[in-house]
Every structure is written in structure tokens, then in C-alpha cells.
Design a protein around this ligand. Sequence first.
Ligand code: SAM
Ligand code: SF4
Length: 493
Amino acid sequence: MAPPHAPHQGSMKPPRKLHIKSYGCQMNVYDAQRMVDTLAPEGFIETKTVEEADLVILNTCHIREKASEKVYSELGRLRLVKEDAARHGRQMSIAVAGCVAQAEGQEIIRRAPVVDVVVGPQSYHHLPQLLAHAGRHGRALETEFPLQDKFSFLAPPQPEAIRARGISSFVTVQEGCDKFCTFCVVPYTRGAEVSRPVARIVDDVLRLADHGVREITLIGQNVNAYHGEGPDGRSWTLGTLLHRLAAIPGIVRLRYSTSHPRDVDDSLVAAHRDLPALMPFVHLPVQSGSDRILAAMNRKHTSDDYRRVIDRFRAVRQDIAFSSDFIVGFPGEREEDFQATLALVTQIGYAGAYSFKYSPRPGTPAAEIRETVSAAEMDERLVRLQQLIDSQQSAFNQAAIGTTVDVLFERAARNAGQLVGRTAYLQPAHVMASSDIIGQVLPVTIQSLERYSLLGELAQAADARPMPPARSKVTPTQMAAARMTPPQITTGA
Ligand code: SAM
Ligand code: SF4
């Protein structure tokens, strides 16, 4: 059904309005921005109001059942908006993009006649042609994995778009996954692992830095499996790429996500030792602390392998903090498996973590396993795990009070005169200050904590008044606090 992929000539029509709603992971947030960039030369400008849109794109997530069901309920609401637009003589198009589009393309076409275009995550550079095709023939669907790298075909962001998105930006360096964890749809919806060439990534980051971006987060489903072609013709690791990007003037902070414990190599660990711009905060999902469950998940690492990876990072940077993802109630998970997860969390001491109830995904091997965990047990385990993680996160945040930490200022906060920025550990930090400092990294003395936000004042301002001397660096104390937090957990059934 895909139309020919002829390059589109810019149009002289009046601007059309595009509303895009993204679900799920950071890759989808990034993809949504790139769809906006790709449609900008077609005369589309973004609107936050769905009722005034000429084109609505739902950029969907298929990772858990709840996430994909949301799409159909949203399409029900959009049908009414589209009908109302038609009554007022206006044509609205609806496109479904992302991983639900990839996994359920034909099903969407069947269940939701309101949809004009269905486009998988590897084909959205064809959106202009697909919209034109739908205009001529009614509907268009493209969910193939084309051989060309879509990033080579996407329009670069306009300078105004870069500035409007702020001082922190995602850049995709790697896509897809070859790991095939038994619970996960990603290898099926995003396809095999592919890495972008170094030169293209460097071009993207130079453009972003030129227009005011100060922090780059390199993203990929398995970002540390990166092995893109370097300018020397060799395959570069993520660690080598980080070294190259750290040399770009204007880039003061680098991050990456999401990494896999099996792909942590020495160059990545060394980058944490050698690059001050590389933030000491690593999202390293482990999923479970039980070796039996890790094997059933096909994670191909044990809980001790994971502990050793954490130790390697900590050996080169004591102030490094970690976050993780956990799944509770994987088929066959017993109380002792779950206890092993709690023990791992207690031992590692996280600055934060995401935890999910297992959601069977059609087509994945785990969905075939009969030995399931009851909904009540899953709920109860999730509460216990989240209580433990919350207590560690609070201890980590509390330990910042009274210390002076570097904050990269991002934007005006809700309260007049207040700015918000982020610490190295992505904690939001609020201070009263002039907006001139947006884009700068400045030391802030933390005075209090309000839920998850740190409140403080610029250290220079604090220095002018008698204050107790700031403690050295926030982080080792924070890490120790998080590790030593007694597990405040209810005992299990
Ligand atoms: N590549 C990353 C890794 O290896 O950990 C994670 C990618 S996945 C998009 C994000 C998280 O969703 C996973 O770490 C896992 O915790 C969760 N997840 C994936 N499939 C799931 C499922 N079927 N049920 C519940 N959670 C799931
Ligand atoms: Fe999914 Fe596992 Fe790949 Fe992560 S490593 S994307 S959890 S299959």
C-alpha cells in the first residue's frame, strides 16, 4: 500500500495545524519531535488544541496492555472531534504511529474507520507521502522495516523548533533490540538493532548546540549496544561516541538511556571516569533480583552479574547513582523470587526506579507460560516494592539538603521569579533568580525538599549571608543514605 517515496516539494498552501500526542518511552517523545520536523516543510505547524487540528497523530506505545488499549479509547474520542470538524466544513485527518501501529496495523484499520494513516516507527519519514496517498485513496498503511535509515531522510529541526524545545534534547543513536527478553514486544515492534553513524550524530549535536542546547541525552532501546560506524571506518562504542560529543563546544552535560547490564563495556565505564560532562546517573534496568526469573526472562545475566556491573561503575566514580526498571509478577514468580528482588534493591540503593506489573503481550514467549501470578499477589508485591524504592528515593533526596550542587537551569517555574533546573541526578531544583541564567550550570545550596523538588538558592547569593558551610559533594552521602535506608516494607503473604 505504500506510495512511491518521491521527495516532496515544499508547498505554498496556508499553514495547517498538527496536534501530536505521544505515549510511552523517551524514544516516542523524540520520534514525535521528528515527525513535527518532517511535516514542517509541508506547511504544518503544531497546535496544543486537538479541536483546531487539521492532522492529529497518536504516537503509540505497545509495551503493556494498558498502554495499547488507551489508543482505541482515544480514537473513540477523536471520532467525535473529527465528525464535529466535518459538520463545520473542515477536514481532519487522523494518523496512528508508533509501536501499536506496527503491531496491530491491520487491526486498527479494521476496528477504527476514523483512522486515515497507520505508520510504523521505522517509516514515519514517509508521513508526507502517506498523507497524500490517504487524501487520494482514502487510507494508507505502512508498517514495513525499510532498508534505508529513516534518520537520513528526516528533515532537520528548524532553529525556532530547537529553541522552543529548550536547553535539553534527546538524540537517537541506536534503535531496535536483538535481546528478545521473553516478556518484551520491542524486538518485534522496533526491529533489529541498528546504530546510526557517528558523523550523523555529531552533525545533529552540532546543530542543537548552535541553537542553544546544552544537555544531550543519547537514546536507544539498548543504547549501550551502540556500534555505529566512526569516521575512521571502525565500529565505535558508546564510550567512544561520548568522548567525541563531550568535545563539542556548548555541550555541558551528556546522558544516555536505556542501557542493558550485558552491554556495559570498559569504554563506557572509563567515560564515566574521564568525562566531567557525563552525568553520574545511570538508568540500568535489572527487572528482577531472582536468577530463576532472570533466566525465564531470557535476560542472559544473573543478579550477581548485575551487582558486578554496578561495582565497576562505582569503582571509577563514587558519586554515581542508579535507577532501574522492575517487573513484578512475571509468570512463575514465587515469594522467594520477589524477596530476592527486594534484597537486591536494598543492597544496591537506588536514587529512583520504575516498577511495573507484568503484562502479557501477545506473540511474546512469556505470554505462553501457564504458571501465572494472581492479580492480588501482583498488586501486593508492587506496593511492597514501590514502598522500598520510595523510601530510598526520599533518603537520596533528603541527603541533598544542606549541600551545594550543580544545577543546569532550564526554564521559568510556575511561581513568579522562580527558575527550575536539574541536578546531575535529574532532581528538579527551584531557586529565585533572573532568567539570564537559563542554560547555565550554577552551584545551588539546597535548603529544603518539597515532594520530589529541591528548593534552594544560588550559592553566590547564599555566600553573601552567614550560612553553615556547605558540605562537599552531595552524592556519596546520598548514595550511602539510600543504601542504608531500612526497608520499610510490609511483610508479604
Ligand atoms: N531495553 C530496556 C531494558 O532492557 O531494560 C527496557 C526497554 S522497555 C521499553 C522499558 C521497560 O518496560 C522494561 O525495562 C520493563 O521493565 C518494562 N516492560 C517491558 N515489557 C513489559 C511487560 N510485558 N510487562 C510489564 N513491563 C514491561
Ligand atoms: Fe525489551 Fe529486553 Fe530488548 Fe530491553 S533488552 S528492549 S526489555 S527485549
